[in-house]
Ligand binder design. Structure first.
Ligand code: TMP
Length: 212
């Protein structure tokens, strides 16, 4: 994708079930990296601020009904509308810490019964993460944490299916972190893993595309 990969930013994606602690860990990590003097931004998908994102938000809060394929493509479109900005930032040396990405797209839609390859297809060509941190928690433990906001997918039975489908997506870019540990322990592990990857990317690791 890039002729000059020197000192590029790193794409770090957090994945996991609802209530696995992604948002807190992303926040803590960004503060830590900023403190070390890194150029870093926190992003999240769905990005509910765009017009596509508003359609997604209406669907998630049960204010609208959409066909399963349609909402799948909207989630994907929401990533595509951010792709060029993502590349620009990374080439300028900014590390992006992203709360959910294409893996959520595929895991949640296949958990509803959509075809795996069909779900992956619209994600093809998005920037591949350098690292996926999967915060591993059982659906039961996640539900016990409380704080489900009543959104569409926040139900134990459905989260069980999502957990199974996430497993099919694991590849060599994934690091699994036990998210049942105390938050501080999770944070410590996450920091170590992410720092190693940032150093590797600064040394010129090539930017690649999903799903290659
Ligand atoms: P959030 O709680 O992280 O804002 O995500 C909203 C919900 O949307 C969450 O239950 C996961 C789901 N989701 C998808 O179904 N497909 C996607 O592509 C993404 C990014 C999230």
């Amino acid at each position: 994708l890039s002729a000059n990969n020197e000192s590029r930013g790193t794409l770090v994606v957090f994945e996991g079930l609802d209530r696995s602690g992604k948002t807190s860990q992303c926040g803590r990590l960004v503060s830590y990296l900023e403190g070390l003097g890194h150029s870093v931004e926190i992003w999240r998908f769905p990005d509910r601020t765009t017009s596509v994102g508003q359609m997604i938000s209406a669907y998630l809060t049960n204010k609208s009904q959409l066909d399963d394929h349609t909402i799948h493509l909207l989630f994907s479109a929401n990533r595509w509308e951010k792709r060029s900005m993502m590349e620009t930032k990374m080439k300028a040396g900014t590390t992006l810490i992203v709360d959910r990405y294409s893996y959520s797209g595929v895991a949640f839609s296949t958990a509803k019964g959509l075809d795996f390859e069909w779900c992956k297809a619209p994600e093809t060509g998005l920037i591949a993460p350098d690292l996926v941190v999967y915060l591993d928690i059982t659906p039961e433990k996640a539900a016990e944490r409380g704080g489900y906001r009543g959104e569409r997918y926040e139900q134990l039975e459905f989260q069980r299916k999502v957990a199974q489908h996430y497993k099919l997506l694991k590849d060599s870019s994934w690091k699994i972190v036990d998210a049942c540990q105390p938050l501080d322990d999770v944070e410590k592990q996450v920091k170590e893993i992410v720092l190693q990857h940032i150093i590797a990317c600064q040394k010129g690791k090539i930017l690649s595309s999903l799903w290659s």
